[in-house]
Design a protein around this ligand. Sequence first.
Ligand SMILES: NC(=O)c1ccc[n+]([C@@H]2O[C@H](COP(=O)([O-])OP(=O)(O)OC[C@H]3O[C@@H](n4cnc5c(N)ncnc54)[C@H](OP(=O)(O)O)[C@@H]3O)[C@@H](O)[C@H]2O)c1
Length: 270
Amino acid sequence: MTKTVLVTGASSGIGLATVNQFRQKGWQVAATMRSPEKVTHRDPQVLYLRLDVTDGPSIQQVVAATVEKFGSIDVLVNNAGYALMGAFEACTPEQIQQQFDTNVFGLMNVTRAVLPIMRDRRSGVIVNVASIGGRMAFPLYSLYHATKWAVDGFSDSLQYELAPLGIRVKVIEPGPIKTDFYTRSPDIATRPGLTDYDALGAKVLPNMNRAGENGSPPELTASVIYQAATDGSQRLRYPAGGNASLLLTLRKYLPDRVFSAIIRRAIIGS
Ligand SMILES: NC(=O)c1ccc[n+]([C@@H]2O[C@H](COP(=O)([O-])OP(=O)(O)OC[C@H]3O[C@@H](n4cnc5c(N)ncnc54)[C@H](OP(=O)(O)O)[C@@H]3O)[C@@H](O)[C@H]2O)c1
């Protein structure tokens, strides 16, 4: 029987590539995004649905519409997300709330809406797009890292309660990927008069943007997502592109002091 995947944040980057990947493999795809009216080249086999993951009622509607069209949901790809960048002190409470509402609570709420369907069938895969930034940190991304750390911990625990119900949980850990993540999508925090962090920002932001420019193509992450969704294994974490495996291995085996020195040297230049 043809399987169904629901993807969040499918308008660009990794989400869009994931839609294309599953379509190429013959899946039924619900591509959800905030502005489906902007999609110019529509695949007639794809169900395009409006979903802002911070909008609770629309989550239920999208899940219901997907089940009505395709009969069920086999795989959920929680991909929607963005980075709030800048000094922690410069971020407003609203910016911080929005970062967590999208990257953490949105992901949890979509998962909560899909779980009863998977539980009824004793089958399903939840694929959460976290980041290498869920297990290591770079300067001026404190709140983004806090969200990805949350996704990693949430997923790691969730796997145990869902495994007996036939539902697998996966964490995707992309390294730098060349998408709108570094250009159109970030929320850059600045506060008038707060200049003490400017020198750090001037060093860090060009280096992070360069990492994005030189990042792996999103199709590579999409193929890792497909692998995670279909390999039938109990494996939890999947590094994806942008030297993710190397960086995670260094993070795991180097002492904190040494790893932090490498980050300082590479990103701050001191
Ligand atoms: N690129 C990287 O280097 C990298 C590395 C590690 C992890 N990631 C993660 O990969 C995921 C995808 O990012 P990307 O690199 O593909 O960047 P992207 O091209 O900017 O895509 C982000 C997607 O998330 C959507 N989105 C943002 N807020 C949303 C909301 N409230 N509701 C629904 N959708 C929302 C965006 O929708 P709009 O088009 O409406 O803005 C867009 O479709 C993110 O979770 C990101 O944290 C990326």
